[in-house]
Ligand binder design. Structure first.
Ligand code: SF4
Length: 85
């Protein structure tokens, strides 16, 4: 990944984690989504490190957040740059 996109990816990851943390299916002690059939059972993150929230191609089973492509990151990067000009 282009190093300019790393901070943009972090914005996406933080937003996803924030959404999960406010979701009724999030299990904070184990940082996981509830088991199926209600949730996906996925590890969301291990306190800011690995997990589903960090994987751009993943999505929420209830469409609370979507998969993100490299093109999406570039678009978000350009939006932020344009706002700062
Ligand atoms: S992945 Fe979706 S359903 Fe699961 S905890 Fe996060 S927001 Fe909730």
């Amino acid at each position: 990944m282009n190093k300019d996109l790393i901070p943009i990816k972090e914005i996406v990851v933080k937003a996803r984690i924030s959404i999960c943390e406010s979701c009724e299916l999030f299990r904070p002690t184990i940082r996981r989504c509830a088991l199926p059939p209600k949730g996906c059972g996925c590890l969301i993150d291990t306190f800011g490190k690995i997990g589903k929230a960090h994987m751009l191609g993943q999505s929420c089973p209830h469409k609370k957040w979507e998969r993100v492509t490299t093109e999406d990151l570039i678009e978000l990067h350009n939006q932020i740059v344009n706002e700062e000009l």
